[in-house]
Structures are given as structure tokens and as C-alpha cells.
Ligand binder design. Structure first.
Ligand code: NAD
Length: 453
């Protein structure tokens, strides 16, 4: 078996060595999951719910350990990491309410009774990126398990540790063996096998649009179900009538959270021209004030990037000709640090404006009026999230309806709640996760007619 070293991105020290699963082990795990699916689907809804609740409680009891593991593996700030472990617990508790609520229809028909069932799919493969290893895993596995499927989960190569721990906690909580298996390994090996193995009936992929496109094409060979959560280039639209001080004070947290390695990062700030200069003046102290540093400290607001290679990729977006308005802090010494950076693009075709940087870089640009703001916001292949700052409720609603994105917030930057749906328009994805319908994405609707005459 090959192994991979896992680094702490804040110190560059090795924190663990992980055994990587190959094709043969992946096949064996999928086949075990296939057998386990036959009995898991027969577990009474109330018992499946109870097991998921126990799993949630096990995560809660382990919350601090999971959070510390994420800080050392991913460089997340301890505050964020605790939220992320808590999110797994909450998603599991929410999913525990689903087995008894997978309601079908009774549809009036002549000569009999017509009813629908939501049948589980079988084995579901979940492929997770490195930016939010815990929540993104749970958004896939929790509702899939609730709906009666078994799950094989592949964490990202760089960040497998919390997923491995979640796999142990599931067993400790009493989930039957092989119902939830975590398989650390390469995307091109384990992830690819989820796509090609016929027993995997659905792939849930979160990651780059580039890989997501390949996954979708691969799944098409078997008409395999797929949910895709992909990249973003979201707009934070600030109208002149907004509370400018609040909009400016919060804008850094709408893009630099998790060092900008967030698919929902509001990485384009569109500001109405009449208040553009004023907004930049207010933004500068807010950006300089972001506390960047040791992620183990409670007061830290932004940690390092995930790897040296990723830092190089982010840095390449700042070309010699790029107009940098101002930057925030970054510590010296080891660690993959990059400072919060605000740029003023020259042209709508600038790479920093059209591509997902996935780092702490934000572009600020002016717009003229409401129609112009909507046009610029939609001038991207992505459509994941966005924010609208205005005190005019009519405008807030008009612009919310007009922006082509799945998750919008008005006078706020919050996009994610486990009980509301999440997902992208256009090339940001396909399907939705979370929210009241989450389990339905892991079922097939079956229609049954029973003759009474
Ligand atoms: P990535 O696409 O490189 O990798 C994601 C996962 O896919 C990893 O586990 C990787 O091992 C696996 N993978 C790679 N090649 C594969 C292949 N050929 N077949 C099967 N699996 C394969 O993405 P990343 O760099 O880990 O994550 C960053 C990206 O994820 C960003 O674009 C970001 O916007 C996106 N993202 C989207 C959401 C969302 O919900 N929309 C959330 C978080 C991250």
C-alpha cells in the first residue's frame, strides 16, 4: 500500500502519514457497501433515525478533537473548525429526522390505489475537496444514509484526517459495518472508480468545475446519478443607498474567510460608482484589520493557504501589471501564508475577475445602476452565491431574483444553513444539498398501482 504525508499548512510540519487505498481495495469496499445496502435499507425508519442521532452525539462528544485535527491538517482557525465539527453534528441530527418523513403520495386513480415510494439507490460515492473537509462530507453522507443508502467516501488527498475520524465515530455510534466507509486515496484512482464501478449508483462530487465536468461525462456512461457542487465567482453588490460602513466592515469576511478557499467567497465586490471612493476608504482599514496568523489562537480570523503549490497558484493571479489597492497582514516564518489582497481590475477580461482564485484576493469594480450591477454580476460562467447591500427592500428582491446564483444574502454574507437548500446555477453545479428535500436526492421515486377490482 502506498502512503502519503499530511502537512500542517501553518507550520509545514508532517502531522500524519496516511495509507492510500488503491483500485482493488476500492472495489472490495464498494462490494461490501453493496451487500450492506441490502440490510441497511431494511432497518426500520425509527431505528435508522436513532443510529444517526447516536452518530451525531458521538461527533458532539468528539467535537474538540475533530476541531483540533482540522486546525492541524487544514490550517483552519480554531473558531471555524469548531463550527465545522458542530455543523457535522447538526447535519446528522437534521438527517435523523428524515427516515420517518420520506413521505410518498397517494394519487387518486380509477379501479385501484396508486402510491409512490422513495426507494434508496444503493451505494453512494461521495468525493470531497480539501477546503471544508468535514461539512462537505456530511452534506453528502448524512442524507444518503438517512434515505437507506450505504456510503463510500473519498476525502481530498491533502485533508483526510477528520473524515477518517468520522468513519471511526460512525462505528463507535453503532452504525453497522460497511454502511459508511472512508477511503483515503487519489482522485484519479478511488474517485474515478466511484464513477466507473457499476455498483455505485450515485456520485456526489464537490470540487473544481474542471474535474466536475469529467465526473459528469464519466457518469453519463452508466446514466449514473450525480450531484455537483463546483466553483464560484460570486458578487457582493453594494448600492449607494446601503449602510456603507457595515457593507465595508463585513466585506473582508465575505471573501477572506477560510483564506478565500471558499466556493461561496464574494470575490468580486461591485460598488455603485457614486460611492466607490468612499467605499474603498472604508474597506482599507477593515482589510488591514483582518487578524491573519496562528490558527490555533482563538482571536485569529484567517489562517494559511492549504499548500505551497496552491499559494503559488494564487500568487500567479497578481501579475506585474495588476493594480493592487492595498493588502492586509501575513506572518513571517514557515507556513503557506498569503495576505488579504484587494485589486482594481483594468478590464472585464482580467483573469483575476473571470477565474476562481480560491485565495484571499478580491477585485473591486464600479457599476452605474441596478441594470448594470445585474449585468456584471451575471457576466460569469459561475452562479453559486452572492450578496446584495441596499436599504431598498424592493430593489433587494428585484436584484435577488435577477442574479443567476443559487444562494443569495441581503445585507449579510451568510449562505449556508443546514436546513435550507444549497447549490449552484450554471457551471457552479447541478442539484441541491441540505434543506428539507436533502434525502430525496438519494432516492428513486417508484410508482405502484394496486388494482382493487
Ligand atoms: P478538485 O476538483 O481538484 O478535487 C476535488 C476532489 O475530487 C478531491 O477529493 C480529488 O481527489 C477528487 N478528484 C480529482 N480528480 C478526480 C478524478 N479524475 N475523478 C474523481 N475524483 C477526482 O478540487 P479541490 O482543489 O480539492 O477543491 C477546490 C474546488 O472545490 C474549488 O473549485 C471550489 O470552488 C470547489 N468547491 C465547491 C463547493 C460547492 O459546494 N459548490 C464547495 C467547496 C469547494
Amino acid at each position: 500500500m502506498t502512503t502519503a504525508q499530511v502537512l500542517n499548512p501553518a507550520t509545514e510540519q508532517v502531522v500524519a502519514t496516511v495509507e492510500l487505498v488503491g483500485v482493488a481495495e476500492t472495489d472490495a469496499a464498494i462490494e461490501r457497501a453493496q451487500r450492506a445496502a441490502l440490510t441497511w435499507r431494511e432497518v426500520a425508519p425509527g431505528d435508522r433515525a436513532r443510529l444517526l442521532r447516536r452518530f451525531a452525539e458521538a461527533v458532539d462528544a468528539d467535537l474538540e478533537r475533530l476541531a483540533q485535527l482540522e486546525v492541524s491538517n487544514s490550517g483552519h482557525t480554531i473558531g471555524n473548525a469548531r463550527w465545522e465539527a458542530g455543523n457535522v453534528r447538526d447535519v446528522l441530527h437534521y438527517a435523523a429526522g428524515m427516515p420517518e418523513r420520506l413521505l410518498g403520495h397517494q394519487i387518486p386513480v380509477a379501479g385501484g390505489v396508486n402510491i409512490t415510494f422513495h426507494e434508496p439507490l444503493g451505494v453512494v460515492g461521495v468525493i470531497v475537496p480539501w477546503n471544508f473537509p468535514m461539512p462537505i462530507a456530511a452534506w453528502g453522507f448524512a442524507p444518503a444514509l438517512a434515505a437507506g443508502n450505504t456510503v463510500v467516501l473519498k476525502p481530498a488527498e491533502l485533508t483526510p484526517l477528520t473524515a477518517i475520524r468520522l468513519g471511526e465515530l460512525a462505528l463507535e455510534a453503532g452504525l453497522p459495518e460497511h454502511v459508511f466507509q472512508v477511503l483515503p486515496g487519489k482522485g484519479s484512482v478511488v474517485g474515478q472508480r466511484f464513477v466507473t464501478h457499476p455498483a455505485v449508483r450515485k456520485v456526489v462530487f464537490t470540487g473544481s468545475t474542471e474535474v466536475g465536468t469529467q465526473i459528469m461525462a464519466g457518469c453519463a456512461q452508466q446514466v449514473k446519478r450525480v450531484t455537483l457542487e463546483l466553483g464560484g465567482k460570486s458578487a457582493n453588490i453594494v448600492f449607494a443607498d446601503a449602510d456603507l460602513a457595515r457593507a465595508a466592515a463585513t466585506a473582508p469576511y465575505g471573501v477572506f474567510d477560510n483564506a478565500g478557499q471558499d466556493c461561496c467567497a464574494r470575490s468580486r465586490i461591485l460598488v455603485q460608482r457614486s460611492v466607490f471612493d468612499k467605499f474603498l476608504e472604508l474597506l482599507e482599514p477593515a482589510v488591514r484589520g483582518v487578524r491573519v496568523g496562528d490558527p490555533t489562537q482563538e482571536s485569529t480570523e484567517m489562517g494559511p493557504l492549504i499548500s505551497a503549490a496552491h499559494r503559488d497558484r494564487v500568487a500567479a493571479y497578481i501579475e506585474p501589471s495588476t493594480k493592487v489597492a492595498f493588502t492586509g497582514a501575513r506572518p513571517d516564518g514557515p507556513g503557506f501564508w498569503y495576505p488579504p489582497t484587494v485589486v482594481l481590475p483594468d478590464a472585464p477580461t482580467d483573469r483575476v475577475l473571470t477565474e476562481e482564485v480560491f485565495g484571499p484576493v478580491v477585485a473591486v469594480l464600479p457599476f452605474e445602476d441596478e441594470a448594470d450591477a445585474i449585468r456584471i454580476a451575471n457576466d460569469t460562467e459561475y452562479g453559486l452565491s452572492g450578496s446584495i447591500w441596499t436599504n431598498d427592500v424592493g430593489r433587494a428582491l428585484r436584484v435577488s431574483r435577477a442574479v443567476e446564483a443559487g444562494n443569495l444574502s441581503v445585507n449579510s454574507h451568510s449562505s449556508v444553513r443546514y436546513w435550507t437548500p444549497f447549490g449552484g446555477f450554471k457551471q457552479s453545479g447541478l442539484g441541491r444539498e441540505l434543506g428539507p428535500d436533502a434525502a430525496l436526492a438519494f432516492t428513486e421515486t417508484k410508482n405502484v398501482f394496486i388494482a382493487t377490482q
